[in-house]
Design a protein around this ligand. Structure first.
Ligand SMILES: [Zn+2]
Length: 261
């Protein structure tokens, strides 16, 4: 799917620009990425008898997928329906639009999203809302705050812990759609950069969709500002351009008045 950025169009619009070639590319993915009983339609065929609501849409199946996704409690009620862009904030409407289209078009989507913006503009709300929508379609999703993931991997090297790095990473590699929240928040040591590159590179090679959020921007507003590239390295930033559409969200910090930050 190709997504065009057009600041004047803020409504949800059909993908008129989607080319046949990009659809073909998507269809070459070998593994099924949606429910194999209903192919994401929600209805499964019962031979001779007809069709019925698919087993993946049952309450239990959805509950299991939701639990496995590990969406933090703070964001568990976040959906596209209760996402409220600030008045006259075109970037927030635009971001909503991208989130909506990804959920609607999946699995015919070949790039994830990179939500970029300062604290409290709704990046994680949109990212978790995408997961909820996909879980309703029977898609296996996972949420990880990037720093927490790195810590779990580090802890797994500790001989007392019973987990191995591979055990931590397997679900991260295998989730059909992964949210990595707060990219660039960890102090960028060599180990952090290598590990990020390995995780993101593996998902890229396996053509798995990833949605990122980051508080760091690409443009330096002041000479002392750190930008995303400073935090994650040139190579990884460049890989993200291939994997994701960058969506910049601007606005006031929604949480400021509650958190007293
Ligand atoms: Zn199904």
């Amino acid at each position: 799917m190709s997504i065009s950025f057009n600041a004047q169009r803020l409504l949800i619009v059909p993908d008129a620009e989607e080319s046949n070639s990009s659809r073909l590319r998507v269809s070459t993915i070998a593994e099924p990425v949606v429910c194999s009983f209903c192919f994401g339609t929600g209805m499964e065929v019962v031979p001779v008898k007809g069709a019925r609501r698919c087993r993946c849409r049952t309450h239990d199946a959805r509950k299991k997928l939701l639990e496995a996704a590990r969406i933090p409690r703070r964001y568990e009620e976040c959906s596209l329906v209760n996402y409220q862009p600030a008045n006259n904030n075109g970037s927030q409407l635009q971001a909503f639009n991208y989130a909506y289209r990804l959920g609607r078009d999946y699995p015919s989507v070949d790039r994830g999203l990179l939500f970029m913006g300062t604290c409290g503009v709704g990046k994680t709300h949109l990212a978790t809302a995408i997961l909820r929508g996909l879980i309703d379609k029977g898609v296996r999703c996972l949420f990880f705050e990037f720093g927490a993931l790195l810590k779990e991997i580090q802890d797994s090297y500790n001989s007392i812990s019973q987990t191995s790095a591979l055990k931590v990473l397997a679900p991260v590699y295998e989730a059909e759609v992964l949210v990595l929240d707060e990219l660039g928040a960890s102090k960028p040591t060599d180990w952090v950069r290598d590990t990020m590159m390995q995780i993101i590179g593996t998902r890229y090679n396996n053509r798995r969709l990833t949605v990122f959020t980051t508080n760091y921007l690409d443009a330096r507003r002041h000479s002392a500002d750190e930008i995303l590239e400073d935090r994650i390295g040139v190579r990884l930033r460049s890989r993200l351009y291939e994997m994701c559409k960058t969506v910049i969200i601007e606005g006031e910090d929604n949480r400021r008045r509650f958190d007293g930050v």
